[in-house]
Design a protein around this ligand. Structure first.
Ligand code: ADP
Ligand code: MG
Length: 693
């Protein structure tokens, strides 16, 4: 076995991508941006899904949510004027008919498609306005005996500026060298395939590959690599943790008078869970080692006060706190809340975001460097190079799943000088089952806020077809007439943010026409932060009754008087996201209602999922049910809950491996640190950064 082989000359680890045919300096640069520099890197940029273009499916047999190759005759092709203008063609075979819809099209395309006759097309089927439809399918005129693909088609993750075909050709070239220069087998186990075989399988599935296993992500080749990737992460987390344990951290005294004052400044009594968790956080900082704690608490459980108390504790010890949130909107809400609580106690706050520029920014930077500001709140802007803290004692990161591990580490570095590092607190509303959090955050302690503040009235959720949109609109009118405030959330079928914003604009106009007495505001991702904040503040102040929004309001927006929420196209959203959105209401004492609008026809799984939302307000319950209903193998799970961007592993799906992964990582680190290091470098780009901290 080449187990202990050191990488030799000509090995894939040592050869630059430039050695491949067709890869010049320009392409090399684009690849470098994706972290692809060596031939080994090419192979570890794994396909994240597969398309089955090996066979033609009868149109009558298609189901929404799946992608198919279809063949048939174009029987109609006209411009449709719905809420948005589109080109709608129908494709027909002996078994049925399906709509092909294009939102972007030219006159020429319209003409060509109309006269195309028999075509072959490929795309994902959705339930559209006219029944089953494919949006923007790929298609081509069908000449006689056009060959089909022989095997599954690998689809690579975003390769900006590098086409799928180009990437496939690169991967093929590297595979051709694999026999002569095999990859080092580092993680051993009782696998039916070696690493080299598994890699080959995934980039170039053989024609007889088990399609359904591959599409589900549970083929042994995939499992083999997922195991190795998880092991690499586990190893790197252990290295980080060991490094951090060598550092010292500011040793804080027990919370004192200001802390008590802060507790009394909230205007409410802490819940038992909040009291317990804030005590755990305080204990952490009374030890001389850098702590790292994950605070998990459902939407609305009151995580912000935990942050405010920890910051006060840090202030009492003449140290600063950095509080970072993923969006400007959320960061600003934190700034307003925390300043409101702490400024009256003489604890000064500073504000940094991409929007703070010029003189104002200089001033804030000076206040931070001089130590005048105790609590610095903001977005990513907090960890830019020119931000220097006088004495950073604590880093708080809110809604952690939006940040990568690396950003977290970069912020920690701010206060790290040689052998000392700040404490760190990470807050998240994403429910992560305990077994998972232990592995995924192997470097963290976990606290749970398992209780909501009292006096909340549970949210009643109803699921309604958008055919009854009119009655929902009049319900909004009634609610606003009673002085309630409402959100109307536009989520669009389209992936593009621009289109989503456009939909929100259209909806706001439409509602404005119908509801002339209702004061309507609009926020979406394409507005400037300033404009967004202005509208939010108006809504918060009660000067607007209805806020039409895109999912930008998903995270952390807090307007207690809002008690009605309408969510469009709810069947297209993940349950975790729906739960986050819905958590914007039910924050005051008024009974709250959430209306989930959906488009017919609703498939069985979608129906079940919306039913879960109707039944429960409990984030953990919802996450678990979601996992059960969708079953393993759903990539979305990892993407939604994952702080870590894995290439192939899926924490939910691969849960059963985790114990073995931990053992393997530990053994590897003990027996062969060099191999462990090469394993990490293979899977994780920029491991230096991880190692440094
Ligand atoms: P999270 O960030 O966990 O979703 P927030 O910190 O935004 O929740 O708190 C949600 C709302 O609950 C805020 O309006 C906050 O002021 C309020 N709140 C927090 N803790 C309590 C409590 N113990 N009693 C009453 N209200 C509370
Ligand atoms: Mg929050």
């Amino acid at each position: 076995m080449p187990r202990s082989l050191r990488p030799a000359k000509g090995s894939l680890v040592n050869t630059d991508v430039g050695a491949l045919k067709g890869v010049g300096p320009a392409l090399g640069k684009k690849l470098a941006k994706l972290g692809i520099e060596t031939l080994q890197d090419v192979l570890f940029h794994l396909p994240f899904r597969y398309e089955d273009r090996t066979r033609v499916t009868p149109i009558g047999a298609v189901r929404p949510g799946e992608a198919y190759v279809l063949e048939g005759d174009v029987v109609a092709c006209d411009v449709a004027y719905g809420r948005r203008r589109s080109l709608l063609a129908y494709l027909q075979d002996e078994t049925g008919k399906i709509g092909l819809r294009f939102y972007h099209f030219s006159k020429a395309q319209h003409h060509n498609l109309k006269t195309a006759g028999r075509i072959r097309c490929f795309g994902e089927v959705r339930s559209g306005a006219s029944g089953p439809e494919i949006y923007h399918p790929e298609y081509s005129k069908l000449s006689a005996n056009e060959p089909m693909e022989e095997a599954l088609t690998p689809i690579y993750p975003a390769t900006e500026g590098v086409s799928q075909a180009r990437y496939r050709s690169m991967a093929e070239q590297v595979l051709a060298r694999l026999e002569a220069h095999p990859l080092e087998e580092i993680v051993e186990g009782s696998w039916p395939l070696s690493l080299n075989e598994a890699i080959r399988y995934l980039h170039h599935p053989p024609p007889d590959a088990d399609t359904s296993q591959m599409l589900e992500g549970i083929h042994p080749a995939q499992a083999r690599l997922a195991f190795e990737e998880l092991t690499a992460h586990q190893v790197s987390l252990r290295i980080v943790r060991a490094e951090i344990q060598k550092l010292t951290a500011p040793l804080l005294n027990a919370p004192a008078q200001k802390y008590e004052e802060a507790r009394n400044s909230f205007g409410f009594k802490l819940t038992n869970a909040q009291a317990r968790v804030s005590a755990e956080v305080a204990e952490d900082m009374m030890k001389p080692r850098p702590s790292l704690r994950l605070v998990q608490g459902d939407v609305g459980s009151g995580k912000t006060v935990i942050a405010a108390l920890a910051a006060t504790h840090t202030h009492e010890n003449n140290l600063q706190t950095a509080l970072m949130a993923p969006t400007e909107l959320l960061a600003e809400q934190h700034f307003i809340n925390v300043s409101g609580w702490l400024n009256p106690l003489g604890i000064k706050t500073a504000w940094l975001s991409g929007r703070v520029t010029g003189k104002k920014r200089e001033e804030e930077l000076t206040r931070i460097a001089m130590g005048d500001a105790s609590v610095v709140i903001g977005t990513h802007a907090l960890f830019q190079k020119d931000v220097h803290f006088k004495s950073l004692g604590l880093v708080i990161v809110d809604e952690q799943h939006r940040f990568g591990v690396h950003q977290r580490l970069a912020l920690r570095e701010k206060g790290t000088d040689g052998n000392s590092s700040p404490h760190q607190l990470v807050m998240t509303a994403t429910p992560i089952p305990r077994t998972l959090s232990m592995s995924m955050y192997a470097d963290m302690d976990v606290s749970l806020i398992d209780e909501l503040p009292p006096g909340r009235t549970p949210i009643t959720t109803t699921v309604i077809s958008d055919e009854k949109r009119d009655s929902v609109i009049s319900r909004v009118a009634d609610a606003c007439a009673e002085g309630r405030q409402a959100y109307w959330v536009c989520t669009l079928i389209e992936e593009s943010e621009a289109l989503q914003c456009q939909a929100a604009e259209t909806t706001a106009e439409e509602l404005h026409k119908i509801l002339s007495d209702v004061r309507i505001g609009l926020v979406h991702g394409r507005m400037t932060s300033q404009a967004k904040t202005a509208v939010m503040n108006e809504f918060k102040a009660g000067n607007l009754d209805l806020l039409v929004a895109t999912t930008v309001i998903e995270v952390g927006v807090d307007v207690p008087n809002a008690s009605l929420m309408i969510i469009e196209n709810s069947e297209r959203l993940g349950l975790a996201q729906l739960h986050q959105l819905r958590g914007r209401i039910g924050r005051g004492s008024a009974a709250s209602n959430c209306v989930l609008l959906y488009k017919k026809p609703l498939g069985k799984i979608s129906r079940e999922r919306l039913e879960v939302m109707r039944q429960s307000n409990d984030g953990f319950f919802i996450a678990e049910r979601d996992l059960k209903i969708r079953g393993p193998g759903e990539l979305l799970g990892a993407r939604q809950s994952g702080a870590l961007q894995f290439r192939i592993a899926d924490l939910m799906r691969d849960q059963a491996m985790l114990q073995d992964v931990r053992r393997t990582a530990q053994a590897l680190l003990e027996e062969s640190p060099d191999e462990a290091d090469r394993l990490v470098r293979r899977w994780i780009k920029d491991p230096e950064r991880v190692g440094q901290v």
